[in-house]
Design a protein around this ligand. Structure first.
Ligand code: RUQ
Ligand code: CUA
Length: 665
């Protein structure tokens, strides 16, 4: 497995010299009818939803294709000033972890739920890379409903990939670390002996979507990078790429690039399930947060789980196998038939394609090239279907169109390359602008890709967009892949740094959107279901304001008798029962945030006034002709003063607002 040092060094020399090279043909890249193909006339819908990871901003961004129009930013792992996610009392628990509240994480990969290997339009899963977590977003509400933390992990990169019926979401640790039941306070150079690479299998309830950490597999201390589930014939297996088979613990740039081949680890998860049932796992004491948003109370809760079952790959010899794969593989992609497993080695000059059938045979016949930390290594020739020769430089990720073609992104040579899976021949290559990371074909990692469009997600955009100071936008580039040759149609900037993305035909979900929360079903403990119920209640230094909002006033709208140091909770219920009529809420000097309350929903803003005076509050969302009138005052008196607690519901305005509701509809 050890390579000559020469290869390692020369690969770096090559990388260093070509990293700045620009693809040719910039001017001619877009063909004449491109504008027509991406033009979505005013008032018309896009054909495709494109869900794009936000990278270091921790969010998910939703675009329409082919127009490239940004439709929504869905907050997942970061607080969001647009709608109060992570700021209001209801959603704060979503960002709790065993390390406390974390307001900002790094989000890389997304995966749409599937049934029988096809997209079913129910949920989308997302990973948090830094503090390892997996989230589930409901595609009826575009809201994050659940987040589960992953123990024994660090740098949750090869995640959240799913099995073909969404039985499991998996996650592999990018950083090998000592497991949580070991003392982690050890010298870093004891890596080989103390550090483990753990992968997690999160079960998903097929009706509710509720997640639970079913089991983990302890594997050798390598860096798991990406993964994909088997499908069809390979359903029951999972494939994880890994780098740093050298098990280096410093200067990985050089020290983890020595071996000619690292691995794709094949995991027989059906077998692992059997061992789990037979009680072969060890219970590891740990702590990880499990956060859920309850739609009926519109409130999230965070629970600290205490234990996880870990199976040892070393002891249970037949759940994990290593397939040697050149060289520091990143992407690990399985074609729609489930037969071909493509590894994209960042430093490899070719693309290896493994055959699932050959792999099974090699396991059966014990065609091993030795062991790696107790795990059998299959012979490269035994699992290899073939290699794509001279595909480009710096391959990263591969997607499929369901017509026998694969598309691979090349970071270094900055291009997308189309090749034939059976013949392994390169069919077409198109430049990207510049340094493409992930790429995505609509439905491209399912059993039935939709095809038609490919999007390249680029890390560098120098000279493509108007400059914006020291940081320039990243971008997406849309290609038409319906013909033999890929055609560049459109550039559009992205929000945050895009990594993986998913896309599906809009028809799958566009008519299933929740339009508003039914006020009658609102089980929020502080809901106020009509203006007559609005009130202000003092309990010691805590003051609960049961407030309603409707076009165009709050009830109550004036409050007196609040004192410096009080803990004031504004529980604002939006009484509207109509699509897309949120109200906002803000109060001067509030150090937390604002609220944006959906129709029928209750949201809570916590406010601790620091000084006496007059504090205006108002609606922040332009909701009606008299939106500017949607305002009120809170009088704050010094601590210990005897101003009585009073509040007013402007009943007189009721008729007026009723009139405006009617006129708006
Ligand atoms: S990564 S640019 Cu975070 Cu998926 Cu490959
Ligand atoms: Cu409510 Cu503006």
């Amino acid at each position: 497995m050890k390579s000559s040092k020469l290869f390692g060094i020369s690969a770096f020399a090559v990388l260093a010299t070509i990293i700045s090279c620009k693809p040719k043909g910039t001017e001619t890249a877009v063909s004449g009818d491109a504008a027509e193909k991406v033009y979505v006339a005013p008032g018309k819908y896009d054909e495709i939803y494109n869900f794009v990871s936000g990278g270091f901003n921790g969010q998910m961004n939703v675009y329409g294709l082919p127009s490239g129009r940004l439709l929504k930013v869905v907050p997942i792992f970061s607080v969001n000033p647009e709608n109060g996610y992570g700021f209001n009392e209801e959603t704060k628990p979503m960002l709790e972890t065993s390390h406390g509240f974390i307001p900002w994480d790094d989000q890389h990969h997304l995966e749409l739920s599937q049934t029988n290997g096809e997209q079913d339009g129910r949920w989308i899963f997302a990973n948090a890379n830094n503090t390892p977590r997996v989230a589930r977003v409901n595609l009826k509400t575009f809201r994050t409903e659940e987040i589960i933390e992953l123990p024994n992990s660090a740098g949750n990169h090869s995640s959240p990939f799913i099995t073909e019926n969404t039985e499991y979401v998996v996650a592999g640790t990018r950083f090998a670390v000592p497991t949580d039941d070991m003392n982690g306070d050890v010298p870093i150079n004891s890596f080989k002996q103390n550090f483990k690479g753990v992968i997690s299998f999160i079960g998903v309830n097929k009706d509710s979507g509720d997640m639970d950490l079913r089991f983990q597999i302890e594997a050798p201390g390598v860096n798991f990078d990406l993964s994909h589930a088997g499908k069809g014939k390979s359903h029951g297996w999972f494939f994880f790429s890994c780098y740093n088979s050298e098990q280096a613990n410093s200067l990985l740039e050089v020290n983890a690039s020595q071996n000619d081949k690292d691995f794709i680890m094949a995991v027989n998860w059906k077998k692992a399930e059997e061992y789990l049932k037979a009680g072969k796992g060890r219970k590891v004491k740990t702590q990880y947060a499990h956060n859920k948003f309850d739609e009926s109370t519109q409130t999230a809760t965070s629970k600290m789980e205490q234990e996880v079952t870990v199976l040892s790959a070393k002891e249970l010899k037949d759940i994990c196998y290593f397939m040697p794969t050149p060289k520091s593989p990143h992407g690990c992609d399985v074609d729609p038939t489930g037969e071909y497993i493509v590894g994209s080695g960042k430093l490899a000059a070719l693309i290896p394609v493994h055959s699932f059938t050959k792999m099974l045979k090699a396991i059966k016949n014990k065609e091993f090239a030795g062991e790696y930390d107790g795990i059998p290594i299959l012979k490269y020739e035994s699992t290899l279907y073939g290699e794509v020769q001279k595909p480009g430089l710096g391959p990263l990720h591969t997607e499929f169109d369901g017509k026998g073609n694969a598309y691979t992104s090349f970071f270094v040579s900055s291009e997308v390359v189309k090749w034939d899976i059976k013949s392994l021949k390169v069919l077409d290559r198109q430049p990207t602008f510049y340094s493409v990371g992930h790429l995505m074909v609509v439905g491209g990692d399912t059993k039935k890709p939709f095809g038609k469009y490919l999007v390249a997600y680029n890390k560098i955009t120098k000279d493509r967009f108007l400059p914006t100071g020291p940081e320039l936008t990243q971008s997406a580039q849309l290609f038409d892949i319906s013909g033999d040759k890929m055609k560049l149609l459109l550039d559009f900037p992205t929000f945050g740094e895009p990594h993986y993305a998913q896309a599906m035909p809009a028809s799958l979900i566009k008519d299933k959107q929740l339009k508003f929360y039914k006020i009658a079903d609102n089980k929020h403990p502080y809901a106020t279901k009509g203006e007559a119920e609005s009130k202000v209640v003092r309990q010691g230094n805590k003051v609960h304001v049961y407030m309603t909002s409707i076009r165009s006033h709050f009830a109550p709208d004036n409050i007196e008798g609040i004192k410096v140091g009080d803990e004031v909770y504004f529980h604002v219920t939006n009484l509207e029962q109509d699509w897309d009529v949120p109200h906002g809420f803000a109060i001067k000097g509030n150090q937390n945030a604002e609220l944006l309350i959906m129709p029928g929903e209750t949201c809570t803003l916590k406010w601790i006034p620091k000084k006496a005076g007059m504090f205006p509050m108002y609606c922040t969302d332009f909701c009606s002709a008299l939106h500017q009138e949607m305002q009120g005052y809170v009088r704050v008196s010094p601590a210990g003063s005897s101003t009585p607690l009073t509040y007013s519901n402007k009943k007189g305005q009721f008729l007026l607002s009723f009139f405006f509701i009617k006129s708006k509809n």
